[in-house]
Design a protein around this ligand. Structure first.
Ligand SMILES: [Zn+2]
Length: 427
């Protein structure tokens, strides 16, 4: 396989060098650039792109001779957006029935076709990179979606994928069917320390960039006012998952909603806490100390609350309270939506930016959660997340000013990924 990849690269590169051609050059004139780094936008900038990379960003510069010019002089250009919590293989699951139906009635090939469609939707909304956090019963199909995008077969964001995720036996759907039936499971069941290590190895063998496990379930408020939960794995099992993943160079995301689940995940040494509704002051402090990221997924919480009833609205309210506290304490917040937990066609993932501003961030802080900070979480700080020389030419543009109206990010008019234009409504 490795040898094959090398041949492909050589065959692509040799003709260009042989003919002595310079790679394709594009100059983008931008009215403003929010580069993901500076506190203020750069006015009247010229961004020069060569091949798939940015080679210069200058204020008031001119386009180099021979470059193709893209005129975004009335628009604001930003780094491509990054969503670090998605499920391309899921189409919304407000109710358990909606979830079960997808796993029971849709084949994995059909789900993969929808996933390719979802990736295209995400890209058209300005998301040039995503961390897809498990396939919900579709085995390793996320690796195929990622590969098809990377090979240029279908349009979509750059992806890091988690494949199947893990819980101990019986702690994740599908559940409640006759024991006579062999039904699919939304995750891979894993038991014991050896089982944990083996599963990490297996998932990585089949292409997992991240390991994801479910730290808890059964979320409930107790008399202390704290959101509690039942922890899934023993500490020994969770530590084995994290240790094995780290040992072979992979990072770990933990679904953790209740305070008990969050505490267990932090004890195990995970890299990112997903959802985190039940965060307490002490847990936030621990996250700051350990440099663990929080991926709040507010969009899905607010989307499913009315349909699910029960505690879900109270949990969404708690997140609002915790969000402002976490920002104040300096918890690293990375933008994640749980897209797929809501219908990709109905809700634009960029809604998440709007919630962050509603809940207390400045627009600039919110923008960084889905660009700079998200790139750092992915380990791509040297390649993505800012508009800077040497980075991938992953850029979006909006016609208004997102620092005045954050909902502008839900109306992306221009998308470039790796120097290729996928959308331009700003002609
Ligand atoms: Zn999720």
């Amino acid at each position: 396989m490795r040898r094959f990849v090398v041949f492909v690269f050589l065959s692509l590169l040799i003709p260009a060098f042989a003919a002595g051609q310079t790679p394709h050059r594009t100059a983008i004139r931008a009215g403003k650039v929010i580069d993901g780094k500076s506190d203020k936008p750069i006015e009247n900038a010229v961004i020069v792109v060569e091949g798939d990379k940015i080679v210069s960003v200058s204020s008031g510069g001119s386009a180099p001779a021979g470059a193709e010019v893209i005129d975004l002089s009335k628009a604001t250009v930003l780094p491509g957006f990054i969503d670090v919590h998605t499920h391309v293989l899921l189409q919304g699951d407000v109710t358990a029935a909606e979830y079960d139906e997808q796993l029971l009635k849709e084949s994995i090939p059909y789900r993969a076709i929808l996933a390719a469609r979802n990736a295209q939707v995400a890209l058209s909304h300005g998301f040039t990179a995503m961390r897809d956090l498990e396939t919900e019963g579709a085995m390793y199909a996320d690796v195929d979606v990622k590969t098809a995008i990377a090979n240029g077969e279908v349009p979509g964001p750059r992806m890091q994928v988690a494949t199947r995720a893990m819980t101990p036996t019986g702690m994740y759907p599908l559940l409640g069917y006759s024991w006579e039936l062999k039904v699919p499971t939304g995750v891979q069941y894993v038991d014991g320390v050896d089982g944990a290590r083996k599963t990490v190895r297996e998932q990585v063998m089949y292409g997992a960039d991240w390991i994801k496990y479910y730290s808890d379930r059964r979320y409930h408020f107790e008399a202390d006012g704290v959101l509690h939960s039942m922890v899934n794995f023993t500490d020994e099992e969770a530590k084995a998952i994290v240790d094995e993943a780290h040992r072979i160079g992979k990072k770990v995301a933990a679904h953790a909603i209740g305070s008990d689940g969050i505490a267990a995940a932090l004890r195990a040494g995970v890299d990112t806490i997903e959802h985190g509704d039940g965060l307490t002051n002490a847990l936030m402090d621990e996250m700051v100390r350990k440099g663990v990221y929080w991926v709040p997924t507010l969009t899905v919480g607010l989307y499913v609350a009315p349909g699910r009833g029960g505690n879900w609205q109270k949990m969404a309210d708690l997140q609002k309270e915790n969000f402002a506290k976490a920002v104040q304490k300096g918890v690293k917040v990375a933008l994640g939506t749980d897209a797929g937990g809501f219908d990709w066609k109905k809700v634009n993932q960029a809604k998440e930016f709007e919630y962050y501003v509603q809940y207390g961030m400045t627009p600039m802080q919110a923008i960084r959660t889905g660009t700079t900070v998200a790139a750092e979480l992915l380990g791509w700080s040297d390649k993505a997340g800012t508009v800077e020389t040497g980075k991938w030419a992953d850029l979006v543009a909006v016609s208004g000013d997102p620092l005045k109206d954050i909902t502008e990010l839900q109306r992306v008019k221009f998308v470039m990924k790796g120097g290729a234009v996928y959308k331009n409504e700003l002609h």
